[in-house]
Write a protein that binds this ligand. Sequence first.
Ligand code: SF4
Length: 97
Amino acid sequence: MAMMNNLPSVARCDVNDCFYNRESNCHAPAINIGGEHPNCDTFIPTANHIGRMEQGMVGACHVHLCKWNTDLTCQASNIVVAHHNLHADCETFTPAK
Ligand code: SF4
């Protein structure tokens, strides 16, 4: 569900080796999704993890080919992030028609 500031939340993130991940949830203040491929640009692999427990949100998204994208901003109510090869991808990406 979209939060008061209208940014989509990260409903789940399975990328447990990311600094911002605790118990399969994202706790980055705002992530960026980028480029032609919907990868999470905020992913940073490390053995350490963030202490804060607030819900992660989607800041900017540069995937203009996604049906949820308007003006390089995600309009989905929330997204799911998961591993793709050795990086993290937005699994909610849906090609625009
Ligand atoms: S659902 Fe689409 S617009 Fe939203 S973050 Fe994922 S790729 Fe970007």
